[in-house]
Ligand binder design. Structure first.
Ligand code: MIC
Ligand code: SF4
Length: 641
């Protein structure tokens, strides 16, 4: 039987396991990336492993999230990351050099290789034919140390593209259309492969927009073939030597095939507060807009920026709109400056922000109270912008630019045509902001600031466990709900005690105090619990607050792995109706935990009603051992692999 692209790369990197969907496979990882907000924790974890030098082909630490530096905290973290990277063989991308996924695509991603990154949008690399996964920091630390990356072998979906996009309809609209079709849960347990004649019309940056937003489908990852388009892109980056062709076999089998005719698509928009809340832009025309943000790892390539510049050229944005532009990388910014497009952007009244995540993660540029903000980003979760009642919509750069000009949500297809944008044949290549590691790291001193606090200690499981249901939440809880980010909180990513004060702040600000008071606790969740970011803090902080178990209708992949790594037991309701019977505050008892883990179901007694129900857990033997000794770090220290 023929293989899909992903199956070929997995087979070439298989350390152990069998490739039947649902079984566990261990993969050899060629490259790793971290960003600063998750990276501090990942390197602290790496240091505890006592390995001198990373064992991957290439590892890099980016600084792109926490660049505001409102106090010493972020600056200290940058210094820690720079020194720990130099010591252990990791490249360091300096603050201002750009957003990890954009820079990695431009300079380091390679077709056919495997990459894991401590950021959920690492699948951006799939735009280049690279098999890239978002992962928790601990998994990245293990991979840097030469350990395998364990995933459940996914199903294979294919999106078959025909036709070509009409002017003003974009790759972002393709992503939004797929989210409309599949929802934020539709890709769970699957790798989404893109193919069909339509892909030849999409450049690598456009493909990367699509694989980037595949994360919002809950997909394990997304990938495009590596073809002549890939080769041409690598050539513009002076990296033709990294090219290898890669395609699926003609008789490859997919679990689901979705057909999209690109020529029929129109501009789409995701309404507050979920990326799958998608409608056509023209259905919202006339809604007043307060803010427009263009950038983020989804839409900050040179192609995106040149289109925006062409639309803004010679015009001024509406007086009621504040427009921000954050180019994805220093390369993009330099090239915009060189060709004069930056002047067109600035002359329109736009505000230029740093080449960083910025407003996407609430690092400045929050909207006004109740303000309508149109963003070219990938997430519009409640409160993520920094303004709790902000109304964030997700759109393409073209829809964003059109709406910034009119002051109202505007379908760009109603605007005057802009000349076709062509990308230059060679890009401005300057890697001076990527510092190579020291040849011999032994003399490098790792500098730590006072904001780096001790790693929280997790507990091993005993036979039975009495817990209080400290919180009950509904469906689609994101890691932004569990552990919010934003300018006030993000600087404390290596300070779990401080961070813990904000856990579940958007849902219930009393959660941290109540969890601490309860001792051992459990969270009751709905379906797709933990979707969104890869931040392992959404597991480490609840663990610090005493949470031992989460019982939910279903879990998002990376978060489930992070819970296990943190020593928290993820259980799914064997009978989803048992969710309805549980009330916040009820007392539960989990019995025969080790036996239950081995059997795949744990009996849970509701102490108030006496009723027994079951939580299922499909845990591999390795995961059972990790949980029983209280998390991956304890397991690794005890010699587990
Ligand atoms: C995000 O987009 O939510 C983030 C911020 O990039 C996160 C990582 C983090 O929380 O630091 C992600 O996507 O994994
Ligand atoms: Fe940064 Fe936003 Fe991309 Fe996350 S989604 S990596 S915060 S730009």
């Amino acid at each position: 039987m023929g293989k899909t692209i992903a199956q070929k790369i997995i087979a070439a990197h298989l350390v152990s396991g069998d490739m039947t969907p649902g079984s566990e496979v261990a993969l050899r990882i060629d490259q790793t990336l971290t960003q600063d907000a998750t990276g501090t924790m990942a390197y602290l974890e790496f240091e505890t492993m006592g390995i001198d030098r990373v064992k991957t082909e290439f590892s890099i630490a980016y600084v792109d999230h926490n660049t505001l530096q409102c106090g010493f905290e972020n600056a200290d973290d940058h210094r820690y990351l720079q020194t720990v990277a130099a010591k252990h063989g990791v490249h360091f991308s300096r603050p201002g050099n750009g957003i990890c996924h954009q820079v990695h695509l431009e300079r380091f991603g390679k077709p056919g290789k495997t990459l894991i990154g401590s950021d959920s949008h690492t699948p951006t690399g799939g735009g280049l034919g690279m098999l890239s996964f978002g992962a928790g920091g601990m998994d990245v630390a293990v991979a840097m140390g030469g350990g395998a990356y364990y995933i459940t072998m996914p199903k294979m979906f294919k999106v078959h593209l025909t036709g070509s996009l009409r002017p003003f309809v974009t790759a972002k609209d393709v992503s939004l259309e797929l989210l409309r079709i599949l929802s934020v849960k539709g890709g769970v347990g699957a790798i989404v492969e893109w193919g069909g004649p339509g892909i030849a019309t999409l450049s690598v940056p456009e493909r990367a927009t699509i694989t980037n937003m595949g994360t919002e489908l809950g997909a394990t990852t997304s990938i495009f073939p590596s073809d002549e388009v890939t080769k041409a892109f690598l050539k513009t980056q002076g990296r033709e030597g990294d090219y290898i062709p890669l395609e699926s076999d003609g008789d490859a089998v997919y679990d689901r095939i979705i057909e999209i005719d690109l020529s029929t698509l129109k501009p789409m928009i995701a309404c507050p507060h979920s990326p799958d809340n998608v409608v056509a832009v023209d259905s919202l025309k006339g809604v007043k807009v307060d803010q427009v943000c263009i950038g983020s790892c989804t839409n900050s390539s040179l192609l995106d920026m040149l289109k925006v510049a062409a639309m803004l050229k010679g015009k001024t944005i509406a007086p009621g709109v504040s427009l921000s532009i954050s180019p994805g990388s220093r390369q993009v910014l330099s090239m915009l400056a060189q060709c004069g497009a930056l002047t067109d952007i600035l002359a329109s009244g736009a505000r230029l922000l740093e080449c960083a995540c910025g407003p996407c993660i609430g690092m400045g540029f929050s909207p006004s109270s109740g303000g309508v903000s149109l963003r070219t980003f990938n997430r519009n979760f409640l409160g993520r912008s920094g303004t709790k009642d902000g109304q964030v919509y997700l759109v393409s750069p073209e829809t964003a630019a059109a709406s910034a000009l009119t002051g109202y949500i505007t379908d760009p297809m109603t605007m005057e045509p802009i000349p076709a944008i062509s990308l230059p044949e060679s890009f401005c290549i300057d890697d001076s902001a990527v510092l190579p590691p020291a040849e011999d790291g032994s003399s490098v001193e790792v500098l730590r600031g006072p904001n780096i606090k001790e790693f929280p200690k997790s507990k091993a499981f005993s036979q039975n466990l009495a817990v209080e249901a400290v919180l009950k939440v509904g469906d689609n809880i994101t890691t932004d709900h569990i552990m919010p980010a934003g300018a006030k909180i993000l600087p404390y990513r290596s300070n779990i005690p401080h961070l813990s004060k904000f856990c579940f702040e958007v849902c219930d600000p009393s959660f941290p105090e109540r969890a601490k008071a309860a001792g051992d606790g459990v969270i009751i969740g709905g379906s797709n619990y933990g979707q969104g970011s890869s931040r392992e803090h959404a597991a480490l902080v609840p663990m610090y607050l005493g949470i031992r178990c989460v019982i939910a209708k279903s879990f998002a992949r990376i978060h489930a792995a992070n819970l296990i790594n943190a020593g928290i037991l993820p259980l799914t309701f064997e009978n989803p109706e048992d969710y309805d019977a549980l009330e916040q505050g009820c007392k539960l008892e989990l019995t025969d935990i080790a036996g239950g883990m081995a059997a795949g179901r744990i009996a849970i007694k509701d102490q108030n009603t006496g009723k027994v129900f079951y939580g299922s857990c499909e845990l591999t033997q390795r995961q059972q051992k990790i949980l029983l000794c209280g998390g991956l770090l304890n397991y690794t220290k005890e010699g587990g692999q």
